[in-house]
Ligand binder design. Structure first.
Ligand code: NAG
Ligand code: NAG
Length: 423
């Protein structure tokens, strides 16, 4: 941990030569701040507490390329209308949900949550959202096959998509459905959101989402995991850019008309932005996508590296699982140099990444590993879901429903009983 602290700080010493008086004034509290956290208890809390330090440095360096020069940018964001769109199946939401609430929703308590998810036996885990600050709309639906016509068949490829073209269409529909929910909420309430943040239910966040990721006129995506296009595991933009970025299904016929063919999700996403003149920008973000899938280790050129959920990060949406890392430092460097840069590669510098051997199921004892990484508070939700009874689920879901402005879902009994026995 000490070495990683030094890594964060050393490069900034050269800034000393460029200091302006404003920065000198900030330096003293900064040093005190840093000392306070270096002395602070366990290695884990030392890591998490580095983020405020980094954020502080980032926000106050005189020549850093910030979106806005005024330090009140976060305050301005806190006053603006912001929609957070969460899509996907609940799968491991007991692991990811509490981190999303803490690192996104509670950082921007003005934001409204929109959840769009298919009904399955894990949907009961969404009961955890009862502690989210504001919930605008929840839509949990019985999945139906979507029509596949020639436009879709020409533009999209089933290659590398576990459920073929239908899987891609389902995913695009989830994303665009969230945009429809947002539009409907806007119409009903006579306002428009200034910002829309789109992310996934299966994202695990290990640090807060910073205000520097909101950039007017540009669409922000994470670097890496780009599979020949653009990383589509998260996006942040203003109303105009987000409208384009989230119109994943309805822009396919247009891509067809201008001659695009055989695209995967990421390359379709890139084509969609570029053809609509939306400029994108990449920034590293502190989340990974928790996956139960198995991948060869070490990954080949087009294989998928699976990060340890305990990696310091930022992991920018790379796949991860809780594991004892089998590969760190030089090993990561060797592996990542053999992985194709335009495909599953992800940034690994500064010890950000540690790798799992993910060729098999999650290892025995992953729960203990996870609980140790996230600490007591976040581990509580995992334990609660693990031992949840039907009546707790119904109670929590009803609470969630009461707090939600627009509710569209099967009966709460049905959602809960799909995943829990009726005791
Ligand atoms: C396929 O369906 C979409 C959505 O209904 C439509 O916009 C598009 O024109 C259709 N394409 C063809 C070739 O029928
Ligand atoms: C994008 O920009 C090009 C060149 O300026 C222009 O021809 C085109 O109509 C624009 N497309 C859209 C969707 O705005």
């Amino acid at each position: 941990m000490l070495t990683s602290q030094r890594k964060f700080v050393m490069p900034y010493t050269k800034w000393v030569f460029y200091l302006d008086s404003r920065f000198i004034r900030l330096l003293i509290p900064l040093v005190l701040f840093f000392m306070f956290f270096s002395l602070n208890s366990s290695p884990l809390s030392a890591f998490t507490s580095l983020y405020p330090v980094r954020q502080f440095l980032f926000n106050n360096l005189p020549f850093h390329t910030r979106t806005k020069n005024d330090p009140g940018w976060k305050d301005e964001l806190l006053r603006s209308k912001m929609a957070v769109c969460l899509v996907g199946g609940a799968r491991r939401f007991e692991i990811t949900g509490p981190s999303i609430i803490q690192m996104i929703l509670k950082q921007y308590p003005n934001s409204d949550l929109f959840l769009h998810s298919p009904l399955d036996s894990d949907a009961f885990k969404f009961s955890l959202l009862k502690s989210a600050p504001n919930i605008a709309a929840v839509r949990i639906f019985h999945p139906q096959p979507l029509l596949e016509n020639e436009s879709y068949a020409r533009v999209l490829t089933a290659h590398n998509s576990p459920n073929g073209i239908q899987g891609l269409l389902q995913y695009f529909n989830l994303v665009e459905g969230c945009l429809r929910m947002i539009k409907s909420h806007e119409q009903k309430n006579q306002f428009t959101y200034e910002w829309i943040l789109r992310t996934r239910v299966d994202g695990y966040w290990n640090a807060p989402l910073g205000p520097e990721n909101f950039i007017r006129g540009k669409y922000l995506v994470p670097p890496g995991s780009s599979y020949g296009g653009l990383n589509d595991r998260l996006g942040i933009g203003d109303h105009r850019t987000s409208k384009v970025a989230l119109s994943r299904l309805s822009l396919v016929p247009y891509l067809d008309s201008v001659g695009f063919a055989a695209l995967n999700s990421e390359s379709a996403f890139k084509a969609q932005l570029t053809t609509q003149n939306v400029t994108y920008i990449t920034k590293r973000l502190p989340f990974c996508v928790v996956s139960d899938r198995k991948y060869d280790f070490p990954p080949g050129r087009f294989g998928v590296p699976v990060a340890a959920l305990s990696s310091p990060g930022p992991l920018s949406g790379a796949k991860c699982r809780p594991c004892k890392p089998v590969c760190q430092g030089m090993c990561v460097e060797n592996v990542m140099e053999s992985v194709e840069k335009s495909w599953s590669w992800t940034e690994w510098e500064d010890g950000a990444l540690e790798l799992c051997d993910a060729h098999d199921d999650w290892e025995n004892g992953w729960e203990k590993i996870f609980d140790r990484v996230v600490g007591k508070k976040l581990a509580k939700a995992r334990k609660m879901i693990h031992s949840m009874k039907m009546k707790d689920c119904v109670k929590d879901f009803n609470e969630l429903r009461k707090r939600t402005a627009h509710w569209s879902a099967p009966p709460v009994d049905e959602i809960c009983s799909l995943g829990l026995s009726r005791i």
